[in-house]
Design a protein around this ligand. Sequence first.
Ligand SMILES: [Fe+2]
Ligand SMILES: [Fe+2]
Length: 299
Amino acid sequence: MRTIAHISDIHFGRTDPKVVEGLAKDLAKREPTVLVVSGDFTQRARERQYQAAAGYLRRLPRPQLVVPGNHDIPLFDLVRRFFFPLERYRRLITADLRPVYQDEELFVLGINTARSFTHKSGWISEEQLLDVKTRVCEQPDNVFKVVVTHHPFIPPPRDPRADVIRRGARYIDEMEDCGVDMLLAGHLHLAYHDDLRAHYKAAKRSILSVQAGTATSTRRRGEPNAYNWITVSPGSEGLCTVAVRAWNAKAGYFEESLVTRYNRVNGEWLREKQVPVDELAEKVLVEHPPAAVPPKTGL
Ligand SMILES: [Fe+2]
Ligand SMILES: [Fe+2]
C-alpha cells in the first residue's frame, strides 16, 4: 500500500495564515509515501509570493512532486509572461518540469499544463504527450501509475461546464493504453473525484480522476480549505481510498470530512462506500456557505 498527500492551489499572496499553519501541522503528523502539489503555488507569480511558497514547501514532508499552475505564470508582467513564464518557479520551487516519483509499487509523473497564451486553460503539448506515453508505458503492470496536472480532466458535479483541460479526450486516448490508473489535479478549488469514463464515453480504460480543493487560499468556492489523503494498492485489482481532510475553522485544525472507497473489479473502479459528510464537516460547510456567484477571474 502507498499513501499520497495531495495538496493543491496553496496560492501564497491570498492565504489564510491560520490555515497555512494548520496544514503544516497536520502534515507533520503524517508520513506520506509522496506529497503531491498540483499547482497554483502563488496568487500572481510575484517574487515574494514564490519565496513564501518555497519556504513553506521546505517545511512539508518529503519526497515531493510538484507541477505549476496557471497562477504561477505572471499575468500582468507581459515580458515575464511571454519570455520567462516559469523563471521564478524554476528558480525558487524546482527546475524540474517533468518530475517523477518512483518506487517498486508506485509511479507518479507530473506534467506542466499552464501556458502563457491563456490565463486559465490547460494544455498538454504533443511532445509532453509522447513523453508521458513513453515513460508510463515503460512501467511494469504491477506498479500503480499516477499522472499529475494542474488542470482537471473532469468537471465537478455541480458545475459541468467548468474549465477542464483542453482536448482531454485526445490525451486520454493516448494515455489509457499505457495503463494509467489515476489522475490528480486541482485548479477549480473544489474536491471531487470520479471514474473518467463518466465524462469521456469513448474511453476504454477505467481511470480514477481525483481533484483537490484549495488547501490554504481564501478564494474558496463554497467549500472549506481541504486536501486529499489517498491510499492506493498496486496491481490490476485493489482498493483506493480518497479521504478529504478539511479545515475545521471553529476547532482550528484539519480533519477527515469525507471518505470514499473505490474497489477495482475486472479493471473497473467501483465506488464502494462513501461515508457521508459528518456532523462536524456540516458545521464547517455552514461556516463557508456556497458562493452565490462564482469568481469572475481565473482560479
Ligand atoms: Fe488554477
Ligand atoms: Fe487556483
